[in-house]
Design a protein around this ligand. Sequence first.
Ligand code: PMP
Length: 384
Amino acid sequence: MMKKFIMAPGPTAIPAEVLAEASMPIPHHRTPGFQAMFKAASEGLQLFFRTKNPVITFASVGTGSMEAAVANLTSPGEKVLVASSGWFGKRWNDICKVYSVQTDYYECEWGQAVDPAEVEKRLKANPEIKLVFTTLNETATGNLNDVQSLAKVAHAAGALIVVDAVSGLGAAPCETDGWGLDVVVSGSQKGFMIPPGLSFTSVNPAATEKNKIAKNPRFYFSYEKALKKLTEEKMPDTPFTPAISLVIQLKKALELIHQEGMENVWKRHAGLAKATRAGVEALGLKLYAPKSPSPAVTSVISPEGIDSGLINKAYRDTYGISIAGGQGPAKGKIFRIGHLGYVDGSDTILAIARLEMILHKLGKPVPLGAGVKAVQQVLLEENL
Ligand code: PMP
C-alpha cells in the first residue's frame, strides 16, 4: 500500500468536507435551491477576490479565463504589453497571437520578478498600449510579482491591468479593489481547494467599458452574457449550464476559507513557504527565486549532477508524493514543492523529511533531520 499525497502547486489537496459535497445527487440548476448556492458561492468569491465587483464563474480551467480576458478586452491589431516572469506569463503572449493582438513582450530573467520600472519604460515608449497582462504568482519559477506596483505604472500610463492570479489567489495578498486591478483571473484547482474545472474572473467598471469596445470574437466566454446573468437577474445565474457539483464544492470550500479568514489564510501560506525555504536551505540547496519567493510554491535548484526529474520521480514512485518538476528552460534543473490551499505544517515536515531521504538515495547524503529541524523552528515561530 502506498499512501498518496498531492503537494503540487495545483491541483491541490481537497478537504474531506468538500469532497463529500460531490457525492450527493446533483440538483437541477434552475431551482431555487441551487440558485441560492450559486449566489452564496459568488458572494464568497467576491470576498476571496477582495472586490465589490462581480466575479464571473466559467466552467473551464484557468486558461479558459485567460483566453476570455484576451477575447473580451482586445480588438484585432491592437497592441498590448505582456509582462512575464516565466512559462505562464508567456501564455498571455501565446493567446494574444491567436487573437491577432500585437504584443510588446517583456520577459524578465526566470527566477526574477517583473520589474515595474521596465514596464513603465515600455509604456512610455508605446503610448498606444491600453492593456497590460501579467501574473501574480509565476508557478513555473515560484516567484511572486508586485502587481500593486505594476497596477500603478499601468494606470499612470492610461492602461488597464489584467492579472493571472490562477495560482496566486488565496496564497498571496491580492487586493483587487484596493490596488485597482481591473481584471483578475483564477482557477479552482489551486487556492480554492476544489478540483479543476472552474475558472473565475473579476471585472471592474473600467474593464467593462473596455469590453464594450473590444471587437475580438467570443461566444461562451462572453463577459457581456455572463455579467448580464450574474448581475441583472433576480438571482445570480449563468448563461449556460453551470458545473453544478463544482459550484457546490466551491461554496463549501469558500465557507471553510472565510471561517479561517483571508488574512489568516495568507499568513499560513507565508509561514509554510518560509518553513519550506528554511528546510531546503538547511540541506545546502539553493532557491530558484530567492529575491521574490512565492507563498504558493517553492522552487529548488537540483543538486549538481542530479536531474531534478529524478527527485520528482522519487517523491512520486517511492513515497507517493506528487510535487512538480521544472518547465521550459528550468526542465531538469529545478523541482517545485507546493504549499497551496489545504496545507499545514505537517505537510511541510513531510515534504522536507522525504527530501532528505531522497537525497540519500540519490547519492547526495545530507545530515538526516537538518532540514526538518529548520522547518520545525519556523513552524514554532509562526505558530503553525
Ligand atoms: N496561470 C498560472 C499562474 C498557473 O499556475 C496555471 C496552472 N498551473 C495556469 C495559468 C493555467 O491553468 P489551467 O491549467 O487551469 O488552465
